[in-house]
Design a protein around this ligand. Sequence first.
Ligand code: PMT
Length: 406
Amino acid sequence: MDGPRVLLGVSGGIGAYKAAALARGLVTAGATVDVVLTRGAREFVGAATFEGITGRPVRGEVWEGVADATHVELARAADVLVVYPATAHTLARLANGLADDLLTTAALVHRGPLVLAPAMHTEMWEHPATTANVATLRDRGALVVGPATGPLMGVDAGPGRLAEPDEVLTAIAAITTGAGDLAGRRVLVTAGGTREPIDPVRYLGNRSSGRMGFALAAAARARGAEVVLITGPSALMTPPGVERVDVTTAREMDAAVTDRAGGQDVVLMAAAVADFRPDAAHATKLRRGDGPPTVTLVANPDVLAGVVARRGAAARPLVVGFAAETGDLEAGARRKLAEKGVDLLVANDVAAAGVGFDTEENAVLVLHRDGPVRAVPRAAKAAVATAILDEVVTALGDPGRVGTSG
Ligand code: PMT
């Protein structure tokens, strides 16, 4: 890492002592590091340690250096904000936009990447409130590293242990230098559902939230890729460093993908594209008094098929299709893998509770066209995205697996 400005927020968990090692690692890698200690953190570690390591003053209170607007200055100068450890309380404050100390006020000002390393007891980590707060932060584009499973404070052990400094250093380096196993790759991701207008206020749509595609875009960016995200209507925040293209209908998505897919190394099609649309949208709102309308549907373009057809026998882009299945997952996935001529197919059971459409979590099968299958168990969509990209990286490294479509 050479030269990024890192704002390191340390909150009050027992793992706060490891933040000194993280600060040391960042400085050694060439970063300029500003440290903010919350009141809780100061119960565990002292400012002198961090001042000695970073060679810069450590900030604590929003009331210090008021004339300099410290929270604004620190946040604007930072290329990345890292919270290590991030306690349950700090995650809740960040998720809710509270601004009751220097770290949280700076976080509201900061517009760049946010890396969070949660650490807490297992019950706190698994509490629905924490789950919802982490989901909110992920939806806004935060990269959550860990927690690991292992010894916690006292005699306890389990999920909730702070990720090791090296793991966080790798994540920060990928964000700030573009290093990572997708560095130099161009990745296109589609996300969300399309909307097919019936009249000016009604449309045919589906339940896709965009989370799976946004998680893929964020994960690919964090691994160093140059990422373009083509999405149907979604309230999710664009992951930092990702170029976003908004579309509404399947035909708009087809045009945007056609425009961009040629120059990509990888195309990941997580969008739920409507297969059919009303043959014509009414120019004025349909009135109840006119009786139930008859809506005739016509076929939309198959965006994925277009990408595969235009690629022909070329080796790139590597094409990853998704399959939303409701029956036998593996059988449906194998059929779609053959039909669509893709290199990888990611299948999810969209009838199962808690996964698939409009959920925080997913569980998928990743099928390679030459046979291997990886089952990714139920986990946050960010973790599932990481597992899918691991398979993409494997396929990219094996040229025999691409360019033989048909
Ligand atoms: O957005 P979330 O709420 O996070 O939900 C995620 C998801 C369930 C939408 C996602 O994981 C998923 O399964 N996306 C694919 C949904 C889908 O349309 O599946 P399908 O089996 O109908 O289509 C197969 C493939 O063809 C998909 O890659 C799809 O993008 C593509 N397709 C489909 C129709 C069409 N007209 N053009 C296409 O390109």
